[in-house]
Design a protein around this ligand. Structure first.
Ligand SMILES: [Zn+2]
Length: 114
């Protein structure tokens, strides 16, 4: 998949999740350790989402259900849920795991019903 196709998916999911007022900066970085990540400043409706396209391609090749669209929906669900991060206070591994689970299960529901 190309960067342009990912950007198109971001636009699609930004609308679908009602994040039209947000400014989303999309970056591509094939040196990052993870497949994608998101840093959202919810008070200012601004988020930076980074994608590691080669890693996304590789994962989709051996795990067909882990589609590029699901990855995009997952990162935008992080944007949607960003204010909830602050409700839990101090960062812990358990908190991170719970938020990751909530993000993934929600993104999968969105994609399944798209
Ligand atoms: Zn995540």
């Amino acid at each position: 998949m190309t960067e342009a196709q990912i950007r198109k998916l971001v636009t699609k999911w930004q609308k679908r999740l009602g994040l039209g007022e947000w400014h989303l900066m999309v970056k591509f970085d094939d040196t990052m350790a993870s497949i994608a990540d998101c840093e959202a400043h919810w008070r200012y409706l601004h988020a930076t989402i980074r994608f590691n396209l080669p890693k996304m391609d590789a994962r989709a090749a051996y795990q067909p259900l882990e589609t590029h669209e699901l990855t995009v929906a997952h990162e935008l669900t992080h944007v949607l849920l960003a204010p909830i991060n602050d409700m839990f206070g101090k960062y812990t591994k358990q908190k991170a795991a719970l938020l990751e689970y909530a993000t993934e299960i929600t993104a999968r529901a969105f994609v399944a019903n798209a």
